[in-house]
Design a protein around this ligand. Sequence first.
Ligand SMILES: Cc1ncc(COP(=O)(O)O)c(C=O)c1O
Length: 400
Amino acid sequence: MKNTKNNPNIENILHKIKSPIYILEEAKLRRNLEILDSIQQQSGAKILLALKGFAFWSSFKMVSTYLKGITASGIYEARLGFEEFRKYNKNAEIAVFSPAFSKKEIKKLLPFANHIIFNSFSQFGRFKDLLKDSKVDIGLRVNPMYSTVTPPIYNPCIKGSRLGITPDEFTKALKIYSLDEVSGIHFHTHCEQNSDALERTLEYFEKYFGKYLKTMKWVNFGGGHHITRKDYDISKLINIIKKFKESHNNIDVYLEPGEAVGWQCGVLVGQIMDIISNDYKIAITNISAATHMPDCLEMPYTPEIRDAKIINLDTDKESKYAYRLGSPSCLAGDIIGDYAFNKELCIGDKIIIEDMIHYTIVKNNTFNGIPLPSLGILKENGKLKIVKKFAYNDYKKRNG
Ligand SMILES: Cc1ncc(COP(=O)(O)O)c(C=O)c1O
């Protein structure tokens, strides 16, 4: 693995940083990419970046030297991949899946998509002729009827799921449609999971859909593989892919992680704006869970903060510098969490919220007119590059 010369540290430049700002740490991103690339090398799989989780395109020059392309949820992400990823890697592949495409979208995707993946035979039937003379591979998303993802909002195999063709529907559809024009099968059933989950899922996938693979060029194992997390079993993943390829005539295997690319490769820096009391000490910050890190409320989870411990203010009576961190929005539940710090907080203090690069910038919003954090990159040489600042006009444009 490449050795990054420097060891850039946000704390060294914290005094100069204007908050709020998301800061991508280039050295950490490279580390993730090196892990992902080593999997490509050893397993023969191709890894595509899922833009839905990580679309920080100012870093795509680096990302595109490691990953084989991007996966998009629709025309905008596909176009971003075309403009900002393929620009550095002419062979970058662009895969697109949507639960339902319009004819207009399909036509717009034609010049740059490599794979268009349909969620139903009805969509396939409607648009296959449009794709007939193009270079685009047609894929079908299936539901292998097995996913252990919790909470249910993230589980694509829940009862009544709209995501993927079930085995029964697939069999029924084959009475009407042929697979002659289909090049690949896709499933996505994981979320922050280890390779044992993929191993079990493949048993179901092969049971229901293995028989259709003989005529396929590729299989896409979706995202949700938490590959760059410390406890992820990488050698198991490599073995699973190799075994799968061996038993299916060396079929191409794709993985399309988003979170694993942006995992722990940057922070959100905020500031303490006020400190009040009501049962607890409450620090109001310029960071909002609802607008800047919506997964904290949706998932939900409490983010880690540097030099602070997550606590429960109702049960933890020991910690001296214990605070509830709240947001500047009107939403009563817009609380970041309860924390014990190692010193007293003061107005103006900076806070570093960990692991805030994936599923944050792509999801943030301007509820309450709360300013969007700037975007910065902590370069491998230790210098901070400000990539984008947002202003009143960004809010205004979205609202009328
Ligand atoms: C179809 C599909 N592919 C890839 C991903 C990326 O998943 P993750 O960011 O968890 O790796 C998702 C996430 O929802 C998805 O729905």
